[in-house]
Every structure is written in C-alpha cells, then in structure tokens.
Design a protein around this ligand. Structure first.
Ligand code: DX5
Ligand code: ZN
Length: 218
C-alpha cells in the first residue's frame, strides 16, 4: 500500500457542534470517519448509537469506519449497515463465531474488520486472516479517548504484518488509541495502514492542519 489512511475519531468531537466537525473532516485530508460505539458492558463507557450514526452519515462525504465495542454485536449488523456504516469491526473478545460474523458483515455489503484488545494474541488470527478486510489493533484499552499509547503495539504490528504477508491476505492494519504526531511515523514504519486519531485531532488548535500533518508523515 502506497499511502496510509487517517481516520479521525468522532468520540473526541464536539457533540454539540457535530455538524461543524463533520464538515471539517469532509474538507480535510482525512480518509475515513472513525465512529466508536460503546455499550457500557463490553467497555465501561457508553458513547452513542444508531440515531447519531444515521445523522453523521447524512453529512459525511467519506466512509464510516464503525468500531463496535459492544457485546453480541451480531444482533445489530443490519441496523448499522442501514444507518450508514461502510466498514464494520467487531472485537474478537466479544464474538464466539468470528468467521460467521465476518461473512455476515460482508454479505450485508460492508467491509469486515476484527479488533484485538492489547492483550489478545495476534496468532489467534492465523486461520481467519484471509477472511477479514481489516484488523484493528487497540493501542490503548478500549473505552475512552485521550489515553496513553501502549508501546508493545509496535511489536504487535510487526507480527501481524508478517502473518498477513505469509498468508497472502489483503487485510489492512488499523491502529486505535493514543496515536499522535510523535508515534505516527513509527507506526507506519512498523506496518500500520490506517491511523485513528481522536484527541490528537480534535484536541488540537487547528484540527484540519493536524490531519494534514498526520497524513503527510513519512
Ligand atoms: C477508544 C476508541 C478510540 C478513541 C481513540 O476505545 O476506540 O477510537 O476515540 O481516541 P484517542 O485517539 O484520543 O486515543
Ligand atoms: Zn475506536
């Protein structure tokens, strides 16, 4: 892949002015909108659900990359598709039948992603890697924006990248949590294809320029 993608996480956007932040991302060099759904059970926090995503999708001109941090996510695959999800990712820790989940997501016309918590072994993906479009590695414990990046992530990316190549998979590697202007180039060098950034983008004084800086990092 020639260039990495940037996915600003709307979790750190201004919810009272969501339209304005969506417009900023539309006009920026960002590639996707990262949309975090939390249920207060799989993770200790609750974010937002379908009505908000539907509203986002009406204004977003770029793909919605929906990250489900919920138990039994398969209950809602169709509902997320209907409210505008283009890429739908589920946690491996939340689904007993991952292969089925990936097939269901794809059959609904979306790209299928699997997410791994920071402690979850990369080699669990050995027999599924050719069936997924994307692997999202959590580089913080899921549930909150603005947390400290876990350094072990670099090694995990390298091991995942090796696995993807050895199985001739076309899966993209996405990194989520604590991504900033200092670690972005190391993440890309390790093999990351997509960088999620919440606090780094929306907590900056010039979010559009921060996206540009992340996008042009080598
Ligand atoms: C955390 C979410 C992230 C979060 C990242 O559970 O999955 O997408 O928004 O936020 P930052 O980039 O601030 O760590
Ligand atoms: Zn996320």
């Amino acid at each position: 892949m020639s260039q990495h993608l940037i996915a600003p996480s709307l979790l750190s956007a201004d919810f009272a002015n969501l339209g304005k932040d969506i417009e900023m991302v539309n006009n920026s060099e960002a590639d996707w909108f990262h949309v975090d759904v939390m249920d207060g059970e799989f993770v200790p926090n609750i974010s937002f659900g379908m009505p908000v995503i539907k509203a986002i999708s009406k204004h977003a001109c770029k793909p919605l990359d929906v990250h489900l941090m919920i138990v039994k996510p398969e209950r809602y695959f169709e509902a997320f598709r209907d409210c505008g999800a283009n890429i739908l990712s589920v946690h491996i820790e939340a689904v007993p039948h991952l292969h089925r989940a990936m097939q269901q997501i794809k059959s609904l016309g979306m790209k299928a992603g699997v997410v791994l918590n920071p402690h979850t072994q990369i080699n669990l993906l050995e027999d599924i890697i050719t069936d997924v479009d994307l692997v999202l590695l959590m580089s913080v414990n899921p549930g909150f924006g603005g947390q400290k990046f876990i350094e072990q992530t670099y090694d995990r990316i390298m091991r995942l990248s090796k696995l993807i190549k050895s199985k001739k998979s076309s899966a993209l590697i996405e990194i989520d949590g604590g991504v900033d202007l200092n670690n972005a180039s190391l993440l890309i060098a390790a093999g990351a294809n997509v960088l999620v950034a919440g606090n780094t983008v929306f907590g900056s004084t010039d979010p559009m320029n921060t996206i540009k800086l992340l996008k042009h990092i080598k």
